[in-house]
Design a protein around this ligand. Structure first.
Ligand SMILES: Nc1ncnc2c1ncn2[C@@H]1O[C@H](COP(=O)(O)OP(=O)(O)OP(=O)(O)O)[C@@H](O)[C@H]1O
Ligand SMILES: [Mg+2]
Length: 662
């Protein structure tokens, strides 16, 4: 296999799209059914798993043991209120684990099994890897998209899933940034030093995002964005389901939503009808056996459809108005992506609110994967590009709080009036990512820092993110501080970069103290952007020949809600085991087919090619043996092991060889 591509993966709520950046272009990698998008569906059978296309094909007949929408459950706690909404669209029971996580419960290979969302996503990622490798590309490194509103917990859960699937995440890229980057990189020639501002609207299957991208010749940046986690075409389908359920209730006296199989068949038919309505003024839905021996058929006009979904369109309209009113720059254009933007009423409301035509110059279904592949190429040294920067934006403000402790762990009393200074926003909403901040404490005591979201997240989970304990070290000099550098890294995740005791002194000792003790050490930290230092500061330092001695401090770092290495290893081994079992099932199946084909082939040769060269009794006994083997294959040999098939195949081949060499 050649390692020739930089891989980008759009892991949506519903579909996965894989793109590969090659030397001069970006291509989509199709799946085994030659489709450009693969459904994110993981089915469990008595012998093997069915993932992607195969999973989707068996969904209706095996819904109880099929996981759908696993990415929507990543990082959620078992008591998250939004689970109720998600549960409407899934068919497997959900249980709560000891550590308050979610697990899907399915029957796999005849046994009741529980799989965490991370494991289910890892299974899908294994399938993605298989599709990439089938193309002859050996890469296991990729840039994977995430909704920008994904919390630290959701991002970490996805990275854990990738580890379980033995995939190296080069970067988690926000979907909005991927869309914008794909737009900006291919339009470099059109851009000038004056930023071009473009609104991107992604109305997807489960969620909706609106973002503002700013572009110059060598730079793409997301300036602002808003999201609705639960606003997409599946919400429209839910409304239609309720509408038809009402009709069926009145007509046949049954609740069609109570039967999961009927519900699934209805969702299928509703999606087809919805798509037809995007291009036609009316569409018929017909579903047989919705009730006992009762079929349902209904002709819906586009007007009816728009009436039924009014409240959802209104929610979308509010989102658009809120976003528009916050924009302070002239808009160049509005780019629409995501399957839902093909619906005429969705386009109409965008045009009404912005008073501007929508443009669809991006490939709405593939632009995220393409943007990720471009980002992967930019990060791969083998690809030579002119410098180009892609700047992401932080979605949730992160608050930092700190306390100082004596060696015995006792908290130090805060100075009167200083209590409220022990907390501050470290990373505000909208700040660029990656970024880092240095906190300076005029202290040499132990410092306990805790970080949390300063807002309710879209998943409504716990705001707690991390706790860092910095072990203080007594300084022998008057001018000292503890500097803690905290980063929001390229994946949008918190990191403790460094914690140091910084002791400053003048080499000639003459001016010492002038800048140290007089700094009035306080109980509160000071933030400096790690990348900035004023010119004045630098000048002063040079004049006074001040020297700093930095000593690394011991730290204890704990993050909430992520898997530990031991758990990851356990799930990685389990996934490898499941992959091997699936592989064995497929290889056995292929060997059985090979044996069956060999029986037909040899029988034909005996009857035709060697008909006259064989003694009649040899011919009769060989044909009888072949008949017996064929019967065995359809009977007790249907589930034999690969070794047994191989033995029988070897024997057949020896027999025919002995005839051929006679
Ligand atoms: N012509 C059309 N008319 C109406 N709906 C359409 C049309 N084409 C696609 N869709 C719908 O778009 C949806 C898929 O959109 P998309 O691929 O953007 O979702 P996704 O990226 O998987 O989900 P999300 O971004 O919400 O996680 C499907 O529900 C599909 O039926
Ligand atoms: Mg999407």
């Amino acid at each position: 296999m050649q390692n020739i591509g930089a891989i980008g993966l759009d892991l949506g709520g519903n579909n996965a799209v894989i793109a590969v950046a090659k030397r001069i272009n970006v291509e989509i990698i199709t799946n085994e059914a030659s489709h450009r998008a693969t459904p994110i569906v993981i089915g469990f059978g008595p012998n093997e798993r069915f993932i992607g296309e195969q999973g989707y094909a068996q969904l209706k007949s095996n819904f109880k043991n099929t996981i759908v929408y696993p990415t929507r459950f990543l990082g959620l706690a078992a008591d998250a209120p939004i689970l109720e909404e998600e549960k409407k669209y899934i068919f497997t029971p959900i249980t709560r684990t000891d550590d308050n996580k979610i697990a899907f419960e399915v029957l796999s290979r005849g046994e009741k099994q529980r799989f965490l969302p991370e494991q289910a996503v890892a299974m899908m990622l294994s399938k993605v890897k298989e599709n990439i490798h089938r193309e002859g590309i050996s890469a296991n490194d990729m840039v994977i998209s995430v909704p920008s509103y994904y919390t630290e917990q959701e991002r970490k859960a996805l990275i854990d899933a990738a580890k379980i699937a033995k995939i190296n995440v080069v970067k988690l890229m926000n979907e909005s940034t991927a869309i914008a980057a794909g737009y900006g990189i291919f339009r470099k020639a059109e851009m000038s030093a004056n930023p071009r501002n473009v609104v991107f609207i992604d109305f997807g299957h489960c969620s909706t995002s609106i973002s503002l991208g700013s572009f110059t010749k060598d730079h793409t940046a997301i300036v602002s964005e808003i999201h609705e986690r639960n606003l997409g075409t599946r919400d429209l389908d839910w409304r239609l389901l309720e509408f038809y359920a009402d009709i069926c209730k009145k007509k046949f006296g049954v609740d069609i939503t109570a039967n999961p199989k009927t519900k699934l068949r209805m969702f299928d038919a509703i999606e087809k009808q919805r798509k037809i309505l995007s291009a036609n003024s009316e569409a018929v839905i017909s579903v047989d056996n919705v009730a006992e021996d009762e079929d349902m058929s209904y002709t819906l006009t586009r007007e009816n459809f728009e009436d039924i979904i009014t409240s959802i369109v209104a929610r979308f309209g509010q989102m658009l108005s809120q976003f528009k009113s916050a924009i302070k720059v002239p808009i160049h254009s509005i780019e629409i992506v995501g399957g839902g933007t093909r619906i005429p009423i969705i386009q109409k409301i965008i045009q009404e609110v912005f008073n501007m035509e929508c443009s669809r110059t991006l490939n709405g279904s593939e632009c995220i994967a393409r943007g990720c592949a471009m980002q992967a190429a930019l990060l791969t040294p083998a690809f030579k590009f002119a410098p180009y920067t892609i700047q992401e934006a932080n979605f949730y403000p992160i608050r930092c709080s700190w306390t100082f402790r004596e060696e015995n762990g006792m908290e130090i009393e805060a100075e009167p009036g200083m209590e409220n200074k022990r907390t501050a926003i470290l990373f505000p909403e909208g700040c660029s990512v990656p970024t880092a901040k240095v906190m300076t404490f005029h202290q040499d005591k132990n410092i306990e820092i805790s970080l949390s979201y300063d807002t309710q997240t879209l998943t409504g989970g716990s705001p707690l993110l991390a706790r860092f304990i910095i072990q203080g070290k007594k300084s022998q000099r008057p001018d000292f501080s503890t500097k803690v550098r905290i980063a929001l890294n390229h994946n949008g995740l918190l990191e403790l970069d460094s914690a140091q005791l910084v002791e400053e002194f003048f080499e000639d000792n003459l001016a010492a103290g002038g800048n140290g003790a007089s700094q009035n050490p306080g109980f509160f930290g000071q933030f400096t952007n790690a990348f900035q230092k004023t010119f004045k500061q630098q000048e002063d330092e040079v004049k006074r020949k001040k020297t700093a001695q930095n000593t690394d401090l011991k730290t204890q770092v704990s993050f909430y809600n992520s898997m530990n290495e031991k758990q990851i290893q356990y799930f990685t081994d389990l996934e490898a085991q499941l992959l091997n079992q699936d592989r064995l099932v497929h290889e056995t199946y292929e060997k059985r087919n090979e044996l069956e084909a060999c029986v037909y082939d040899i029988r034909a040769k005996i009857n035709e090619k060697y008909a006259n060269s064989l003694r009649p009794e040899t011919k009769a006994s060989m044909l009888a043996e072949l008949d017996q083997l064929e019967n065995w294959l359809y009977d007790e040999g249907a589930k034999a092991s690969i070794q047994v098939y191989q033995q029988k195949l070897d024997k057949l081949k020896r027999d025919i060889q002995s005839i051929e060499t006679r």
